[in-house]
Design a binder for this molecule. Sequence first.
Ligand SMILES: Cc1cc2nc3c(=O)[nH]c(=O)nc-3n(C[C@H](O)[C@H](O)[C@H](O)COP(=O)(O)OP(=O)(O)OC[C@H]3O[C@@H](n4cnc5c(N)ncnc54)[C@H](O)[C@@H]3O)c2cc1C
Ligand code: FES
Ligand code: FES
Length: 486
Amino acid sequence: MTTSIRFLLNDQEMDMTVPPGLLVLDLLRHHLEKTGTKEGCKEGDCGACTVLLGELTDSGMHYRPVTSCLLPAGEIHGKHLVTVEGLNLNHLTIVQEAIVNEGATQCGFCTPAIVVSLTYGLMEKGANFDDEDVKYVLSGHLCRCTGYASLLRAGKLIQQKAHSLTPSATQSENILQLIEKGILPSYFSEVPEKLKRMASIPPGNGHLPSAKFIAGGTDIYVQEGESLPDLAVTLLNLFPEMKGIVQKGKNLHIGALTTFEEFAAHPLIQKAIPRIKDYMLLNASLQVRNRATIGGNIVNASPIADMVILLLALNAELILTETSPTQKDKPMRRIRLRNFYKGYKKLDKSPTELVKEIVFSIPEPDEQIHFEKVSKRRHLDIASVNSAIRISLKDNIINQIHLSMGGVAPIPLYLSQTCDYLSGKELNLSNIQEAMEIAQTEISPISDIRGSAEYKRLLSRNLFIAHFCELFPDQFSLKDLLNIHG
Ligand SMILES: Cc1cc2nc3c(=O)[nH]c(=O)nc-3n(C[C@H](O)[C@H](O)[C@H](O)COP(=O)(O)OP(=O)(O)OC[C@H]3O[C@@H](n4cnc5c(N)ncnc54)[C@H](O)[C@@H]3O)c2cc1C
Ligand code: FES
Ligand code: FES
């Protein structure tokens, strides 16, 4: 199976026929001689293959860093793909110069992708590029030899140069300034016109070529990577109908193709879950979050899937459709997310069914939400145990509660008996203690690479306690709660 794609590779217009599931990393290195993009882990972990993917939006061009080792070639149709070669000027860029001046490169294997990500930081934040942004854009990169202190110093030098820019509201305004100052190559200003002339994303036409679905690709390429270019696949991102977040009455509807970053950046989500940005930082890396979809997290069905744990506590429902999302008259069904998982990676879903939307009620002003995660490494690591809660009180009586926990059962777990026990009870130490014991009977952790069963039981108690300490600091001190767990 092949597909025709037209896209911009740096300043060049490309017209090719490729297998839609071919990895962009392989396309660049093996077919297009763009070897500045490096192959490291080929699993999204090291960041060495980072490229920028630019799309024309209503507010001009918008670029995101993504790992090309998890990106299907069929998706770059109509887009601007920027590799490190596409950032070259006839002198060192300010990013390259800063890396050289601070000795922030040794073997150089990670360096081209780091140049790409730091340049993205300038495009996104312009004059406001600060220390936190430097860490944010570097968080998806591993360097085996230099260490990170010199990269942070290089980031400081870049910030100093960025101070000559005028603060602006959008990425496309920043890009224009970077072109004017000779920091980005001038061809970037012609990109919007060139993309307009190219075909836009081909419509789905209601036809799914295969039930081998690829959304963000961040699980499926890790699991089945090498075989996908040879298979007939459906690139779900070619169905933009499944993207976006809207409010309908008292509910939020999340398109299954919404990425983690889009979810966390959306004003409706930030209002509903005020700490969503902090929680998201515990999740994967910027490059992976720019691709990973909520629907993919749900269907991949990992027992420690972070978004699933959050959505279980939000008491979310799924809308599934047996056919293409573009055909409006086709049957849909709704199922509570907590009833979707039937066993390890066993779902209440036919192979041809799509998760179309995720729906949850907008939290009332008296409701609180919290998410906790413990992993071996704070960033870019999957959880040993994670947990989330949604709770509301009336006169210190628990009015409504939803609790979930991951890494403690073959499925992402909704703690139904614990919730049943706590509903209608007074929020006090003895009830929390009793609930914690009930939770212990609901979980069944096993020993694996993420920790022993005993350790996970301990973590599950600690995260349970952490929810109440975080949400009700006037009522519970860490000391009181640790006492109850002996
Ligand atoms: C480096 C790295 C770090 C990661 N860190 C984390 C982490 O910290 N926390 C975490 O939870 N996950 C993490 N992940 C896992 C992954 O990013 C998420 O599970 C992500 O949400 C998967 O979404 P996707 O769109 O990439 O799915 P894909 O890989 O495209 O698809 C996954 C599966 O779901 C199916 N599918 C996808 N969408 C639909 C749909 N709408 N309807 C029906 N079937 C569908 C696909 O056919 C496939 O079987 C990480 C992955 C990588 C590579
Ligand atoms: S090669 Fe390591 S993230 Fe792509
Ligand atoms: S300089 Fe060698 S991996 Fe970073």
